[in-house]
Design a protein around this ligand. Structure first.
Ligand code: 13P
Ligand code: 13P
Ligand code: MG
Ligand code: MG
Length: 366
């Protein structure tokens, strides 16, 4: 059976700042999709990560389907009404356009989708991150799909030894999707040369070279490229099929033990370590640290099992302690140097005006 996995996510308001959506808001989105999606979707899972609500669903309509995207858009509109009624912070934050047109891409919410022929057993992981941008996934998925130091299957499994094709998008080009396809392992250095720049080059999808099947899809929206000003971080979602011709679940999770430094801590303007957290985690220290959650599912004829929380394990408690140490370490240096994002990524009008004013006061001495 050919199915489509779609995840559409948005920040439409949250309690006490950018912390977590209210229960009423989550319920509204869930009820809306359940009621209005009856003849469209096969199954549904609603969750939140930090202040972002995600609608994960299965259907047979393919990617970028107008009806599925409209359903999610309308659910976010309905949720925004509840957020406004409750006085939540940033109500409708990610809904950047007034009217829906065609699909949700470029309108503010994030979307990741994969259409595929279901394998007899079909495991996948749904990742969601808050207080960061899509480039946060560059390092972990590069390591999981291209580095035998992290992915043993590249050495051990004949189904994986042909490697993977990376589709990498230049998010600075906003007119259309501008994508390069590069093959691992032959073009590893080229892949690394691009992926080191998390703010510009972002993994969009990855394909198995032995079967041609799609392994992964990441939402690549950069909100500041849509709005032209700071409206919140992009808080990306990802879908990753695992096992068989793809890396094992544990191989995909492995690189998240690094807790690598990413963009998006406090006001989307600071660097912080990415902390793997339990499902439905909230946000705290310095409006962070940046978090990622993972829900593993099996799916059969489009029907989900219950989610398995991939970071809910004593091992990850140990990692969370280490990542907290990294967060504390970089926070000690406040605004200085590497702790804060470069000027081009700050997107706060205030600092631009301030620097312009100060610039006029500089005097060139002979
Ligand atoms: P099992 O032997 O438990 O199926 O595990 C196989 C595997 O590949 C785990 O990475
Ligand atoms: P969000 O993008 O998650 O709304 O966070 C915005 C922010 O500025 C937090 O400090
Ligand atoms: Mg927010
Ligand atoms: Mg958010």
């Amino acid at each position: 059976m050919k199915i489509t996995l779609s995840v559409l996510k948005a920040d439409i308001g949250s309690i006490g700042g950018h912390i977590t959506p209210s229960q009423a808001l989550v319920n509204e989105v869930k009820n809306f999709v359940q009621e209005n999606g009856k003849n469209l979707i096969i199954d549904l899972y609603i969750s939140f990560t930090g202040d972002d609500i995600a609608i994960l669903c299965t259907h047979e309509r393919g990617i970028l389907d107008e009806k599925i995207h409209k359903l999610a858009w309308d659910a976010f509109i309905a949720g925004t009404a509840v957020a406004k009624k409750q006085g939540l912070y940033g109500a409708g934050q990610d809904l950047l356009k007034d009217a829906f047109s065609g699909n949700i891409k470029g309108m503010g919410p994030a979307v990741a989708e994969i259409e595929f022929e279901e394998r007899p057993n079909e495991p996948f992981i749904f990742f969601a991150a808050d207080k960061t941008d899509p480039g946060a996934y560059n390092l972990p998925f590069y390591l999981a799909f291209a580095d035998p130091m992290y992915c043993a299957g590249l050495i051990l499994s004949p189904k994986m030894s042909d490697g993977y094709t990376f589709h990498i998008i230049d998010v600075e080009y906003t007119e259309k999707d501008k994508i390069i396809e590069l093959n691992a392992p032959e073009e590893l250095y080229d892949i690394a040369a691009l992926l080191r720049d998390n703010e510009r080059y972002v993994i969009e999808s990855i394909y198995s070279r032995s079967t041609g099947n799609q392994a992964l899809s990441i939402s690549t929206t950069r909100l500041h490229n849509i709005a032209g000003k700071y409206t919140g971080k992009d808080d990306p979602v990802a879908l990753v099929r695992v096992q068989g011709e793809f890396p094992a679940t544990g191989e995909v999770l492995g690189p998240f033990q690094i807790g690598h430094y990413v963009a998006g801590f406090m006001r989307g303007s600071h660097i912080g370590p990415l902390m793997p957290c339990k499902l439905n985690s909230t946000i705290s220290f310095f409006d962070g640290p940046p978090v990622v959650t993972g829900a593993a599912f099996s799916v059969r004829e489009g029907k989900f099992t219950e989610p398995a929380d991939v970071f809910d394990h004593p091992y990850w408690d140990y990692i969370r302690t280490q990542v907290s140490e990294k967060a504390t370490a970089i926070r000690r240096q406040g605004f200085s140097g590497a702790a804060m994002l470069p000027y081009s990524e700050l997107e706060y009008g205030g600092i631009v005006e301030k620097l312009e004013k100060l610039n006029k006061k500089f005097k060139v001495k002979d």
